[in-house]
Write a protein that binds this ligand. Structure first.
Ligand SMILES: [Zn+2]
Length: 153
């Protein structure tokens, strides 16, 4: 389990080891294209717990982009079977850097407006990917057109 604190705020995030392992596996399979998926878990007080990850059913990926569609049936099944809520997104960066791009801010703005996901402050986890696996991860919180940094692991 990895525990991260949001810069300048007493907000925390905990990511289960099995989630990071699942992310790394999907990212390795996708390499040299970007890989990505949905993050699920729960909020408790000032902490968000990320406990489950699943790949989108429909997505389009290149070396420089990852776009996914939301399948409402998939979301309903995950929430029912795992007793979790959608908390955000992840994708890998093939260039090995976990800094977000301007395109990432735009897509998180769309996600925050999207009806099915119904979350104003979704997480974004970016994996710095390499051929041999993850070089690291940076977790962000989207809030009002900005990506705030939770930290790096
Ligand atoms: Zn990106």
């Amino acid at each position: 389990m990895v525990r991260l604190k949001l810069t300048d705020k007493e907000w925390y995030a905990e990511i289960a080891d099995k989630v990071l392992q699942a992310i790394d596996k999907v990212a390795k399979e996708a390499y040299p294209h970007e890989g990505g998926g949905f993050l699920f878990g729960r909020y408790d007080g000032l902490t968000v717990y990320v406990t489950y990850m699943e790949k989108p059913i429909k997505y389009r990926a290149t070396r420089y982009s990852f776009e996914r569609d939301v399948d409402e049936k998939q979301f309903e099944r995950i929430q029912r079977e795992h007793q979790v809520h959608y908390v955000g997104e992840w994708h890998s960066h093939t260039n090995g850097k976990s800094q977000y791009s301007s395109r990432d801010i735009r897509s998180m703005a769309e996600i925050a407006e999207y009806e099915t996901t119904r979350i104003k402050t979704p997480l974004l986890l970016i994996e710095a990917a390499s051929k041999n696996g993850a070089k690291g991860y940076t977790l962000y919180l989207y809030d009002n057109k900005k990506l705030l940094r939770y930290g790096h692991c």
